[in-house]
Design a protein around this ligand. Structure first.
Ligand code: SAH
Length: 241
């Protein structure tokens, strides 16, 4: 697959800022007049790159994290840019039982799932979890010494017993609030998709997630940006396989 253009979907502005700098992107306005999502563009290694942030909630004044804004960002971005590849980049929780450390960068593989759409009816259970495939990226992960795992998405920052039960069924090792939402749109529209996630907090550790997340957001976002610059470079010269 030749990669001519890449769209990067990011929930929080603080996560996006180091990526925008690392890739030399420039703000080009809202992705659509009626929506809060912001667009940044540039050319990196001959590849057209744009990055969309979900923007600020007009009602509550905070970043539009979680699944609904991410679906909207991704769909509008695809309509406008027709990318050859979609990347969802952001921060996430990791698990010490799977060997995660703060600041690690993971590639979602072989799929991304939802852990909080529990629909215990025939056939609906699998639909709820989703299992949206990511473009094969194990070779890239190995070459770049990145970890891989199933990224699992829910609309809550906390971790309930039910979330754990579902995540354990598919060995979800990275917990976020956007990847499966972006992955669903990408799979539906048949656009190759990868998730790149930097670890801000250890979900099965002893520090409260909120404190750990805020303490490590800057470090994780810097690591995310450094790895994304390498990933875009890698993608511009290699196939993913
Ligand atoms: N209080 C924070 C809230 C951000 S929500 C603030 O406004 O500064 C957390 C964001 O980080 C989401 O976009 C999510 O994808 C990611 N994230 C990081 N750690 C997470 C975890 N343990 N569980 C779920 N999402 C997490």
């Amino acid at each position: 697959m030749e990669i001519k253009s890449i769209s990067i979907i990011v929930a929080m502005q603080q996560e996006a800022n180091p990526i925008i700098s690392a890739l030399g992107l420039v703000y080009s306005g809202k992705i659509s007049e009626q929506l809060p999502m912001l667009n940044y563009e540039g050319i990196t290694n001959g590849v057209n790159v744009n990055l969309v942030t979900n923007g600020i909630c007009p009602t509550y004044g905070i970043d539009l994290v979680a699944s609904q804004p991410s679906i909207l960002s991704t769909y509008v971005c695809v309509e406008k840019r027709k990318p050859s590849l979609i990347i969802n980049a952001g921060t996430a929780g990791g698990f010490k039982k799977y060997g995660a450390n703060i600041g690690d960068v993971y590639l979602g593989s072989p799929h991304v799932c939802f852990h909080d759409r529990r629909i215990n009816l025939p056939g609906f259970s699998e639909y709820g979890m989703g299992f949206y495939t990511t473009y094969p990226c194990e070779v890239m992960a190995k070459k770049m010494a990145l970890k891989t795992g199933v990224v699992s998405t829910g609309n809550s920052l906390d971790f309930s017993d039910d979330d754990k039960r579902v995540m354990d069924t598919y060995k979800g090792s990275v917990k976020d609030m956007e990847a499966a939402a972006v992955g669903w749109v990408a799979n539906l529209l048949q656009i190759p998709f990868i998730a790149v996630k930097a670890i801000t907090d250890i979900v099965d550790g002893s520090t409260p997630t909120k404190d750990e997340f805020l303490n490590n957001l800057e470090l994780a976002s810097e690591n995310l940006a450094a790895q994304l610059a390498k990933i875009v470079c890698f993608l511009s010269t290699n196939d993913l396989h």
